[in-house]
Design a protein around this ligand. Structure first.
Ligand code: KG4
Ligand code: ZN
Length: 361
């Protein structure tokens, strides 16, 4: 079955054709237009500009996706579109485009939750790698979300824990911007932190793990608090870490001292990654033996990938993280989730509308 996916929830417009044969999903095309260059000027996403840019590019990207997949709209048996959560104006562009396309070609349409879509990147067969089969624990880490789920099936999830305030990606973006990393700061923060870890423990093989006992980490001037909430829950709070980081930057500024940016990025990353790892470890203890799936833009973070792979080996569970190119926003993951929504009979009504809100997934 050929499925066309459409994604326009934030600052990437994407159209993709995937092929689904039972549980084998392969990508035929995955055209992505990133608006980063447009929004970087403003230091963050400007919703109105994002909507207009989606409207500009969505038709040509869809043509491109069909052409690259060597098919036409007549070959498409299902259209899947991100309906929520995200920027409302941006979502509306994709939803209305997908509705018109499905309606005019008499193709069934399914609505996809963006977060379930991120997790569905792990169902895609990439170079014969392992794909996720429920039940599993899923960590969704993106610009707007940080949550741990129990996936009972590919369409039924229960929430085990989440951030009570800021998301991990958004905190990297905000703090990164303060230390001069251009938007979106995640990837630059990742590289800067690596320099910090290496600087703190130059001789260590595993420079991330060595950081815990390094002198740089123990320096009180550089210390930041853990975002893990210590109440027995699987919840996190990034706002305390963020505020402490802002205060630390200001303290250096007030004294006229230069902030050691690499060590700061290393400490920030370490606290964020350790807290998530600690909560995932608790989730694994509560649901022993289940594989772990990590999804969303922040799943590209090399230190998070490393820490979770150490944890998974220690607990002897499978770890499935999609390749970096499928971690960020893309329509192939939306089409993959759309396939399973369709198989479960979740066809969208003609009244389908976009929503900025999370669904109770
Ligand atoms: O999933 P995504 O593409 O969009 C949302 O659904 O939010 O995630 C974007 C987020 C941004 O905050 C970006 O800075 C972050 O993912 N990100 C990273 C890395 N690459 C992207 N964060 C940390 N390390 C990275 N390597
Ligand atoms: Zn996303």
């Amino acid at each position: 079955m050929l499925i066309l996916g459409i994604e326009s929830s934030c600052d990437e417009t994407s159209a993709s054709v995937i092929e689904a044969d039972k549980d084998r999903i392969t990508v035929r095309s995955n055209a992505i237009f990133s608006q980063i260059g447009i929004h970087a000027l403003y230091g963050g996403v400007v919703p109105e500009i994002a909507s207009r840019a989606h409207a500009d590019t969505i038709s040509s990207l869809t043509y491109e996706a069909l052409r690259e997949a060597k098919c036409t709209i007549k070959d498409i048996e299902l259209v899947a579109v991100t309906s929520n959560p995200g920027l409302i104006g941006a979502l509306l562009v994709g939803v209305n485009f997908a509705k018109s396309l499905a309606f005019s070609n008499n193709i069934p349409l399914v609505a996809v939750d963006h977060i379930k879509g991120h997790i569905a990147a792990s169902y895609i067969d990439t170079d014969g790698g392992e794909t996720a089969v429920p039940p599993f624990i899923a960590l969704a880490v993106s610009g707007g979300h940080t949550a741990i789920y129990l996936a009972e099936s590919r369409t039924r999830f229960s929430l085990l824990g989440s951030t009570r305030d800021d998301a991990m990606g958004e905190s990297f973006d905000k703090i990164g911007r303060m230390i001069g990393i251009p938007y979106p700061a995640g990837a630059g923060f990742d590289r800067l932190a690596e320099q910090g870890f290496r600087k703190a423990s130059p001789d260590a093989k595993d420079f991330y793990s060595a950081f815990a006992s390094s002198a740089a980490h123990r320096d009180p001037a550089m210390h930041l608090p853990s975002p893990a909430i210590k109440d027995g829950s699987l919840d996190l709070s990034f706002s305390g870490l963020k505020t402490a980081a802002i205060n630390l930057i200001h303290r250096f500024e007030q004294k006229g001292d230069e902030l050691p940016r690499e060590l700061f990025a290393a400490e920030y990353t370490y606290q964020a990654v350790e807290a998530v790892t600690e909560k995932i470890s608790d989730a694994m203890d509560r649901h022993p033996g289940l594989p772990l799936v990590v999804a969303g833009g922040v799943a590209a973070n090399s230190h998070l990938r490393h820490a979770l792979s150490l944890l998974a080996s220690k607990k002897n569970v499978k770890l499935i993280i999609p390749p970096v190119r499928l971690c960020g926003d893309n329509a192939a993951m939306i089409a993959a989730q759309g396939y399973y929504e369709y198989k479960d009979g979740h066809i969208a009504a003609s009244t389908l509308n976009a929503s900025a809100e999370d669904s109770a997934i």
